[in-house]
Write a protein that binds this ligand. Structure first.
Ligand SMILES: [Fe+2]
Length: 207
C-alpha cells in the first residue's frame, strides 16, 4: 500500500488555556492602557514597550508558565533539552480595522503569542510559507485547486480562545489580516537558547 510522508515539517505548538480567564483579563486591561506606541504601518495597531519579563512580576509569571513549552519546542527544533530564556515580551492591541504586516522575528529562535482577548475570525494569526526569493515561482492556484499540506502557501489555525497560546519558529512568516471584530489584544514573546553547538562550533546567546 502506497504511503505519503510529510518530510521536514514545521513545528507549531498550540497551548489551550495556557493562562486562565482571570489572568488574561488582568493582563488585557493593563496592556490596553499601556500599549501607546503606534505601529509604523498602521496607527490602529499599538504596541507596549518591549519588556524583559525578569523586570516585571506579572510577565515573569507568564514567562514561567511559557518556559516549559518553549523548552519542548526547542527540543523538537534542535534535538536537545536546552536551557532557554524568554528574552522579551510586548503587547499588541488592534482596533477594529487594524492589521499587522507580514514579518518574522530576527535573532531569536522560538516566538509566540498569548491571546488576551477574543480573536475575530477575520484577524486570526496567518502563517505564510514563503514570499519567494529571486527565483521564478510556479503555482497552480485556481477555483478547481484543492489546497493541502504540500501546496498550501498560508495556514490559519483554529480560532484561539482567551488564554490560549501558540509557539512557532521565529523564522516563520506571519501576519494579522484586517480585524473586522472588536479590540484584539495579545502578548508576543521571543525566546533564545543559551547556546547552540554544532560539533564544537558554538554560539552563545545572552538576554
Ligand atoms: Fe510577530
Amino acid at each position: 500500500m502506497a504511503q505519503v510522508l510529510s518530510l521536514f515539517p514545521t513545528p507549531l505548538m498550540q497551548c489551550p488555556q495556557l493562562i486562565d480567564a482571570t489572568q488574561a483579563q488582568s493582563l488585557r486591561e493593563r496592556f490596553i492602557r499601556e500599549a501607546a506606541l503606534p505601529n509604523h504601518r498602521d496607527s490602529a495597531l499599538a504596541h507596549s514597550q518591549i519588556i524583559d519579563p525578569a523586570d516585571d512580576p506579572a510577565l515573569a509569571a507568564l514567562a514561567r508558565r511559557l518556559l516549559p513549552e518553549v523548552v519542548e519546542m526547542g527540543r523538537l527544533m534542535f534535538g536537545e533539552t536546552l536551557p532557554w530564556a524568554i528574552k522579551e515580551m510586548w503587547a499588541n492591541v488592534l482596533q477594529t480595522g487594524a492589521h499587522q504586516a507580514v514579518h518574522n522575528h530576527a535573532n531569536c529562535f522560538v516566538s509566540g503569542v498569548v491571546y488576551l482577548s477574543e480573536v475575530d475570525a477575520s484577524a486570526q494569526t496567518r502563517f505564510i510559507r514563503s514570499l519567494g526569493g529571486r527565483d521564478f515561482v510556479f503555482s497552480n492556484s485556481h477555483a478547481g485547486t484543492v489546497t493541502g499540506a504540500f501546496n498550501a502557501d498560508k495556514w490559519i489555525g483554529p480560532t484561539p480562545a482567551i488564554g490560549d497560546a501558540v509557539l512557532f519558529p521565529s523564522s516563520l512568516l506571519h501576519e494579522v489580516p484586517p480585524n473586522r471584530g472588536g479590540l484584539r489584544v495579545s502578548i508576543a514573546f521571543n525566546a533564545i537558547p543559551r547556546r547552540l553547538d554544532a560539533w564544537g562550533y558554538g554560539l552563545s546567546f545572552s538576554s
